[in-house]
Structure formats: C-alpha cells, structure tokens
Design a binder for this molecule. Structure first.
Ligand code: ASP
Length: 311
C-alpha cells in the first residue's frame, strides 16, 4: 500500500448504461475525465499540495461543458443558473463553500478564495458575488454557462414535472476530486449546478460540509455525487470519516456501509462517493448503474471508468 500521492475524481453517478451511450459520447467523457486527472496529477507529481490538486481537477471539469458544473451546468426551474461548490483541506480543517453562485465561471475558485482569505467558511448569493469581485474573479453573464442541451433538459423536466438528477438523462453530473499529496495531507473539492428544474434557492449536498464534501487528515477526504437531499440527511461524507475515526472501520468498509447499505436503503440508485485515506489507493463506491470516475496513485496507472462493471 502506498502512502505517496493519490487522486480520484468523479463526474456524476446515475443511470449510465453502455446500451444508451454512443462511442463518440463515451470517448468525449473519457477524454474529459483524463484531462481533469492529468491536471490534478501534475500538481501532485510536482510535489504540490492536495488542495491545489483537487482545485485544478475541478476547474478542468467545470470548464468542460459536458459536466454539470461551471460551463454546462443544469438550469433551475426559472431557467437560470445557481452553482454550489466547496473545498476542504484535511490538515487544518480549513473550508471554503459557496451557495447559489450565478456569475462566477469557476465556483471552485471562489470557494478556494473563501477558504484562503475569509474568516467565514461559506457565502451565498450577493455576498458571494461581492467576495468574488473583491478577490479578482470577473463577473460572467448567464450565457457563459448555457448550453442548448441543458435548455432542452429543462424543457423535458418541466413537461414531465420532475426535478431530475442531471445524469438520469444519462448525462454528466456534479464533479468532484479528492487527493492525498506526497506529504500525506488530504483535500476534497466538489462543484455542481445541482438538479435540473430545481426550485430557485435549493441547495444540494455538494457545498454542505460533511454531506457532499469533507476532508480530515484524521481519516479521509470525500466528495459525493447523487441525490443531494439524501446525502445531507445522512451526512454522508462526515459519517464515513467518523466511522473510521470512532469505529475503526477501514475506508472501504465505511464507504460501502454508507453508500451501498444506508443510502441504497433510503433510495436505490441514489449516487456514490470518491474518497482517499492517509494510506492506500482511493476508493470509488456507488449504488447506481454507473459513475463517471478516474483515479491514480503514485507509481500506478490511471484508471478511467464509467459503468458498474469497471469499464
Ligand atoms: N449532488 C448534486 C445535488 O444534489 C447533484 C449531482 O450529484 O449531480 O445538487
């Protein structure tokens, strides 16, 4: 088992079936995951910090319109964009979270600014915008995030009167990354547009520390994707850490119990997590048909996979 650097990332979990995927789309998804993995890996290979690696990977995924974060995010019921993001560092439990951001190209950059420069840990709405401008992040118009495909998804969700996980339409979801750097420090980051046709002001698990994002050097770093309301109710990310800290479970035992037993009991196919501990390879656990995912440990090969069977 390695205790050198390791990184994992996800691009959403859900009903992702090989039968409904074209080779071109699959190739594009794999390329996006590979590029994001490479961005984080470059930081770790150069001896950089875990929080810089997860931020770099998430920025790459936010910039890729295929994913439901940054450009290409899903639309709210009113046809607008409200983006959520968080980052957490394991060695000092530093946190930055932003809720309902509508004018920052890379919400993870804003979360990072909050972590590094604010005495507070979370901002929303207008205050988040002001903090972004003060930190040098330019305002972008809603058109920056918009893609024709997301607009169609909203029309479909409105017609069916559903609030849908992005990937229930077999498309990419929320993005996230976890990393351990060569010094053994952990970090986690998550970014999302949320759920298609969500009510204005709805917050999911991604920016909620302990639900969709958590990192502590005492146990592990976790980033989640799936039906956010359930992840909040089950405090998924912190509970995995707590099972390790107080219960002595291994990372894989804790992750399986939370995702495959507790979450799946509340709702089948509700999502998954990626996590990394102080030693060993990352774990990637989901209860859905697929999860867009990638991982690599120092000295090992990159693993890119989409479906449940491991491809
Ligand atoms: N967890 C996200 C949310 O509920 C959705 C997703 O993972 O795609 O906002």
């Amino acid at each position: 088992m390695s205790d050198d650097w390791a990184i994992a990332l996800h691009g959403g979990a859900g009903t992702i079936l090989k039968e409904t995927m074209t080779p071109e789309r699959e190739a594009a998804y794999r390329q996006g995951l590979e590029a994001a993995l490479a961005a984080g890996r470059a930081v770790l290979e150069a001896g950089g910090a875990a929080e810089d690696a997860v931020e770099a990977s998430v920025i790459a995924l936010e910039d890729d319109p295929l994913f439901n974060a940054g450009r290409g995010a899903v639309l709210t019921a009113d046809g607008g964009f409200e983006l959520d993001s968080a980052i957490m560092r394991g060695h000092d439990l530093a946190v930055g979270a932003v809720f309902s951001v509508c004018d920052v190209a890379n919400p993870i950059r804003l979360a990072r600014l909050v972590m590094d420069y604010s005495p507070h840990v979370a901002f929303c709405g207008e205050g988040a915008s002001r903090f972004a401008r003060a930190g040098g992040l330019p305002a972008v118009p809603p058109a920056y995030f918009e893609t024709a495909h997301r607009r169609q998804q909203l029309e479909k969700a409105r017609a069916a009167n559903v609030i849908s996980l992005d990937h229930n339409d077999n498309k990419f979801g929320t993005v996230g990354a976890v990393a351990r750097d060569a010094r053994g420090n952990l970090a986690a980051a998550t970014s999302t547009g949320g759920m298609t046709n969500k009510a204005v002001g709805r917050i999911g698990d991604s920016p909620v520390i302990g639900a969709g994002t958590y990192a502590s050097n005492a146990s592990c770093a976790v980033s989640a994707t799936g039906h956010g309301e359930l992840f909040i109710r089950l405090t998924v990310a912190r509970d995995i850490a707590a099972m390790m800290e107080y219960g002595g479970l291994s990372l894989i035992e804790a992750s399986r119990r939370k995702v495959l037993v507790e979450l799946a009991t509340l709702e089948a196919e509700s999502g998954g997590i990626i996590a990394v501990g102080r030693t060993g390879d990352p774990v990637l656990v989901f209860n859905s048909a697929g999860m867009y995912r990638a991982a690599q440990s120092a000295g090992g090969e990159p693993v890119i996979a989409i479906y449940r069977d491991g491809d």
